[in-house]
Design a protein around this ligand. Structure first.
Ligand SMILES: [Zn+2]
Length: 272
């Protein structure tokens, strides 16, 4: 995210495999076994919208080496899209918008709501407030960086009509990242973050509450904003560009989508 990009109501803000499975109970003579579980996740029918944060014209934060956040968002979102399609989620949509920031925010929400989806995931990369920035020389030019914080973070809005479902997906994603050895950043809990301080709603999964974001409030489907990592951090910036880190994140998102899709399916199963 980047300061000034996420203005809402006048506020200044920063910027197991599921699918088909069965219960492995061996039938024994004279013993009544549980019915086999039904395939609860129809991957071909489940639509995830992957929202590429910011636009080419209003690209969000700038990395330690001067690369726009939008580029990172697009690279990662494409990688996640490919991984989801590989897993059978053929209806996955990459949502790319252009133009001025506020207009693009309204457009991305409108397009998502018209399109309809089961899940909306906004992909971003993080920076820090200006007071944490330092200067360095990169290829003969002055760059700005901050090596203070590593790690991703996940945001949901309590003002969203499907807050509980949004939180459920956020938790799945946070746990999938944790299972892959990735720690979330806790700096949003620090008092010195001031207006950018957020309430941690799940300390295990690294889920924060952020009620004033357009995309987390005005979308009709469960919605989550994922800050994949801090590109303002000099080492993390390089890691975020690596195929290994991008594959790890794409796998984590896919696992979370699978779990979310399956849990939704279970909720819809008729009682017997
Ligand atoms: Zn952003």
């Amino acid at each position: 995210m980047k300061r000034g990009i996420f203005l809402f109501a006048g506020g200044l803000l920063l910027c197991a495999a599921a699918g088909a499975f069965s219960v492995p109970l061996a039938a024994q003579p004279g013993v009544r076994t549980a019915k086999p579980a039904i395939a609860v996740c129809n991957r071909a029918a489940f639509r995830t919208i992957l929202d590429v944060g910011h636009t080419a014209q209003a690209p969000g934060a700038t990395s330690a080496r001067g690369v726009p956040e939008y580029d990172f968002n697009l690279w990662l979102a494409r990688r996640i899209e490919a991984r989801l399609r590989e897993a059978g989620f053929d209806k996955t949509v990459l949502l790319v918008t252009g133009g001025e920031a506020r207009k693009a925010l309204a457009e991305r929400v409108a397009r998502a709501n018209v399109l309809g989806a089961d899940l909306f995931v906004s992909i971003h990369h993080d920076s820090v407030p200006d007071f944490l920035l330092a200067s360095w020389d990169f290829l003969g030019a002055e760059g700005r960086y901050s090596d203070h914080y590593r790690g991703h973070s996940i945001f949901v809005s309590a003002g969203h009509p499907q807050y509980a479902r949004s939180l459920a997906f956020a938790r799945l994603l946070g746990r999938a990242m944790k299972a892959r050895g990735r720690e979330y950043t806790r700096h949003y809990t620090e008092p010195r973050m001031g207006a950018r301080r957020r309430a941690l709603v799940d300390a295990e999964a690294g889920v924060y509450r952020f009620d004033r974001l357009f995309v987390l409030t005005l979308t009709k489907m469960p919605a989550v904003l994922f800050e994949a990592g801090p590109i303002i951090h000099r080492e993390e910036e390089l890691a975020m560009q690596s195929p290994e880190r991008q594959a790890l994140i794409a796998d984590a998102v896919t696992e979370a989508v699978e779990g979310f899709c399956a849990s939704r399916g279970r909720a819809r199963l008729p009682r017997s």
